[in-house]
Write a protein that binds this ligand. Structure first.
Ligand code: NAD
Ligand code: UDP
Length: 338
């Protein structure tokens, strides 16, 4: 029996596939490569010695997805596939609703057809919206401020409704905080196309000389140094969170909701400083006005995942900075050759 990983060629998916293979699981990846590279498969093979089964399909296409379930024996699904850029979702809302919602509906339908009723879903801390104070706990009300966030709020609701209708389903909704870092080999990592929106990929591109300087979005927040505070989590810790969630949904059938974060907030300036010290590289930056829609502080209460999954983060901000730079310096153009 295999674990089907949608979006398994992407950033978080590829790291999770590595850990699944390391623990001896059989893995099938489905990914349309809309935001990833086929070369990831070679890198996964180099790290683990194993090459997962791979189907280059859009999971919204039920015929093609059915074909995968027909050929492979799937026991559970980890569902990463989707678009994830907030700004882009504001510009192209229909594209976001279509890709994120339709693909998940298609997946649920085909899973039901094949009686595969275990799913781990990539949700996000974005579902806490802008009104809940940190530390954020799973019971807080959810909301969104942009189409990307709404797709996560809606997909959580859709999956809860699927469970209400059929309690044979077992579902984990994992609310990631801010994943950064890379596999310690430097073989796989985050590979943003165009100008990065997120802080760490931007820092990495300044470090490698692709961007001149970082813009720090505001230094007048009510935080330790005035800059925004987030809960950064190493992508390998995050990958292990999925393994624990898979175990959980195999033990008990319900909708399990977990924050995957460290429980600790780090400011923009603290992250820059750690990157500079750890990698001995200067990151030139300038302070610019706040970015619309940003909250001052966002970090997790991570107790539930610790108590129920026996999972917590193990890696430090220094580890995240070192591993990001290791990946970026070994792969200045990501998976692209030039
Ligand atoms: P990513 O873009 O690197 O990976 C997503 C993968 O899904 C890509 O390889 C892409 O090609 C594939 N894909 C997209 N639409 C598809 C479709 N219709 N059919 C088949 N494949 C498709 O993103 P990531 O950072 O690895 O994020 C994975 C998931 O985690 C996403 O759902 C994202 O919303 C969620 N998430 C990410 C973050 C983050 O900061 N990276 C934070 C919270 C939640
Ligand atoms: N940020 C910044 N400059 C950038 C990108 C981000 O100062 O080029 C800040 C942003 O305002 C926030 C923090 O860094 O306080 C993390 O931003 P990111 O987009 O990575 O995550 P999110 O805000 O979505 O949690």
């Amino acid at each position: 029996m295999s674990i089907l990983v949608t979006g398994g060629a992407g950033y978080i998916g590829s790291h999770t596939v590595v850990e699944l293979l390391n623990m001896g699981k059989d893995v099938v990846i489905v990914d349309n490569l809309s935001n990833s590279s086929i070369l990831v498969l070679d890198r996964i093979k180099e790290i683990t010695g194993k090459r997962p089964e791979f189907y280059q399909i859009d999971i919204s296409n039920k015929e093609l997805l059915r074909n995968v379930f027909e050929k492979e024996k799937i026991e559970a699904v980890i569902h990463f596939a989707g678009f994830k850029a907030v700004d882009e979702s504001v510009k192209y809302p229909v594209m976001y609703y279509e890709n994120n919602i339709m693909s998940t509906l298609s997946l649920i339908e085909i899973m039901t057809e094949y009686d595969v009723k275990k799913i781990v879903f990539s949700s996000s801390a974005t579902v806490y919206g802008i009104n809940n104070p940190s530390p954020l706990v799973e019971e807080m009300p959810t909301s969104a401020t942009n189409p990307y966030g709404y797709t996560k709020v809606m997909l959580e609701q859709i999956l809860k409704d699927v469970y209400v209708a059929d309690s044979d389903w077992s579902i984990a909704l994992l609310r990631y905080f801010n994943p950064i870092g890379a596999h310690e080999s430097g073989m796989i990592g985050e590979n943003p196309l165009g100008i990065p929106n997120n802080l760490m990929p931007f820092i990495a591109q300044v470090a490698i000389g692709k961007r001149q300087e970082l813009s720090v979005f505001g230094n007048d927040y009510d935080t330790v140094d005035g800059t925004g505070v987030r809960d950064y989590i190493h992508v390998v810790d995050l990958a292990f969170g999925h393994i624990k969630a898979l175990e959980k949904i195999s033990e008990s059938k319900k909708v399990h909701i977990y924050n995957l974060g460290s429980g600790v907030g780090t400011s923009v300036l603290e992250l820059i400083k750690t990157f500079e010290v750890e990698n001995k590289i200067q990151i030139p930056y300038k302070i610019v006005p706040r970015r619309a829609g940003d909250v001052a502080i966002c970090f997790a209460n991570a107790d539930k995942a610790l108590n129920e999954l026996n999972w917590k983060t193990t890696k430090t901000i220094a580890d995240m900075c070192r591993d990001t730079w290791n990946w970026q310096s070994k792969n200045p153009n990501g998976y692209r050759q030039s």
